[in-house]
Design a protein around this ligand. Structure first.
Ligand SMILES: Cc1cc2nc3c(=O)[nH]c(=O)nc-3n(C[C@H](O)[C@H](O)[C@H](O)COP(=O)(O)O)c2cc1C
Length: 174
């Protein structure tokens, strides 16, 4: 079997153990192709990857995600633009499709939200938090709301959210 030259059997065994014990994070998101929410998704993803924690990330547009993804997940991140004082239609559609199939099976799932908004964002946050109560998910971080253009500080806040999620999950804090 091919092996990288500096990879000892112990290191390989370690990395296999890490992969086997990796915690599973589902990230679902709405927003326009090439839009601001996608920039935030990239920052959150970087934060997760750079945390160095043994986590497996499944990042999917909300429209492509379903109940199986939710049942797979040990933590959930939701990224959405605010649309008409609410979460995006894509994220709402995800909830419409998954609520009954997962009812009673995702109690206590740690979750966190990040929002891209023109000038508000509170409607997206409160609409998700209200429905999260129905799923019985557990909020583990304050929502990150980014208003207007996405700047470096916003990217940093999202990266920290991803990092905190990965670390909290890997360390068993949630
Ligand atoms: C149909 C529509 C409705 C919107 N409604 C709101 C709103 O209620 N409150 C707000 O702050 N921004 C609102 N916005 C602005 C978006 O939230 C904002 O432009 C966001 O950054 C878009 O993210 P995206 O580029 O990922 O699609 C709306 C935008 C669209 C297209």
């Amino acid at each position: 079997m091919w092996r990288p030259p500096d990879c000892s059997p112990e290191l390989l065994a370690y990395s296999r153990r890490m992969a086997a014990s990796a915690k599973r994070i589902l990230l679902i998101y709405g927003g326009h192709a090439g839009g601001r929410t996608l920039q935030l998704v990239q920052a959150v993803t970087m934060g997760i990857l750079q945390s160095g924690e043994p986590v497996e990330l499944r990042a999917q547009p909300a429209l492509d995600a379903g109940a199986d993804d939710l049942l797979w997940a040990e933590a959930l991140l939701i990224g959405t633009p605010e649309h008409f004082g609410y979460m995006s239609g894509a994220v709402k559609d995800f909830m419409d499709r998954t609520f009954y199939p997962v009812e009673g099976k995702v109690d206590g799932l740690p979750y966190a939200i990040f929002v891209s908004a023109g000038n508000d964002g509170t409607g997206a946050v409160t609409s998700i938090e209200r429905i999260a109560l129905g799923y019985k998910w557990k909020k583990v971080a304050e929502p990150v709301v980014v208003r207007g253009e996405v700047d470096a500080a916003a990217m940093q806040r999202c990266a920290e959210l991803g990092q905190a999620m990965a670390a909290g999950l890997a360390l068993g804090i949630f």
